[in-house]
Design a protein around this ligand. Sequence first.
Ligand SMILES: [Zn+2]
Length: 596
Amino acid sequence: MEMITFQIDTRQAHTHRFHITLIIAEPQAQQRVSLPVWIPGSYLVREFAKQLSDLEAFQNGQSCTVQQLDKTTWQVDSQRGYPLVLRYKVYGFDLSVRTAYLSQERGFFNGTSLCLAVAGQEHVPHQLQLSPTFAPSTGEIWKVATGLEQVASTSLDSDSVMCFQAQDYDDLVDHPVEMGAFWQGHFFAHGVPHELIISGHLLPDTDTERLLQDTQRICEAQIDFWHANKQAPFKRYVFLLHVVEDGYGGLEHRNSTALIASRRDLPRKGMTDLSDSYVTLLGLISHEYFHTWNVKRLRPADLAPLDYSRENHTRLLWFFEGFTSYYDDLFLLRSQLIDATRYLQLLSKTINAVLFTPGRKVQSAAQASFDAWTKYYRPDENTPNLTVNYYTKGALIALALDLTLRQQGNTSLDKVMHTLWLRSGGGSIREKDIFQVVDDLAEAPFSLQLRQWVHDKEELPIKALLEAMGINWLTAEASMAQRLGLKVTENPLTGIKITHVLDHGCAQASGLCAGDEWLGLNGWRLRRLEDLQRLVTQPNLIATIAREQRLVQIPLVSVPEVGQITGNVKLDWVVSAKNSVPKSVQQLRQQWLQTL
Ligand SMILES: [Zn+2]
């Protein structure tokens, strides 16, 4: 029977190397194998093969010649008729959710980093066998957590080998694996078992029960959203959360997600209100869980089948990432973890993030999606001038569409999502399918307008749509960074370092550059940008800059007054609910925000 088996040995954890044996039961003659260059969900060519070494092949007791064909493909001088065994090592010491990590503390890997794809046999069953590893400090055997299905061990030499089964290569590499002495909690969401794994050291007063309960509420609200019969399309779900001193990120998979967060973001025992950082973590959990439907099942037709050897372009990330970003915070509101006021604060942040990006006038949301590989995932000092973030811009397109449909009457973005799900059978969709559903549901055809929002660079009518919903659109005082048109890193010890100079702003017109250290203004030492507030009222402003080991004096062109900012630099927008609105508006607002 055709079968691919990977044996992963983590006993040399101190070297950070996974020792891997790949057994191909029925190889081809001249069998080719290759390692992916990217991991689905994270649109960047990462060249995982750079960490692979010591590849050897054996057949029928004899060593076989292995020839490397390109950066990620090898050909083995094999024959048909005998199992082919490959042995190799992969170094893993990356704490992110996208690759692999191995130390004496823990192991974590994605199959895209460790598992060679066997040409011609990507569709056969794949088995993963993990040899037991004993923690050096306690002598206890490492636990294993993954969304893969565990099966009885077929290995003769040890009962403690853990075996997992995948239906094909795509399935194998869509299940990250965590190993070590982690914290483990469980809950059911509408009858479906969910596991929450926390690896990394927890602060002693961490309220893990609270995290479990809050996560459960998000999961149940989302299962309710997608399925009237409360039947989730998976048998179990696993959250793999790794906590570190500073970190943030997540990657979605078909019935699991790998998350990274700061341990300070987790809730503390006795904490009654929700800290901003905990709300951000719950937003991340909500985001990755929503992807279980929106991108893992309902998915862009451009990415089916996946090509692991190169960039896979799609113009639809404004939908799959942007609409997921719209719903992630909305589900914190719908599961009553935050109230409407807190929700509108989060929305203000998203609106400001887009308005503070000159690149929104250079690139459409569809172009930004296509260019994710070279622009969003390879940010530099020019990124805000060149590109718009398809997460935040896409979330605002979702907001504008949702409010338009609600104001037209009788429908909403929720119905668009449900209809797309039903029509596609939870499968591949194209842009035209989204437009078709919108036209079918809207009172008046709307896809032409939506197409413009997605493919053009005009401003979205968010202000008018929010006001029609009984939401105030106020302007608060612009920050110093907004008035100057720049972004910085700053702290009292190291001072101010300019990271980005935005197009058409005061900083650019004055000749300030990314990389400049801003030391002073008119004889005053600066340590924080806000120190400038009381200095910029003087005439003839001269900035003292350290640039490439030289001190430079730079005259500033006039810094815009608060309230006089034009062009690409905007005031901070604040949205909040109006107190008295007509009953019809109040009803609409109530249906949207549920609690107001
Ligand atoms: Zn996402």
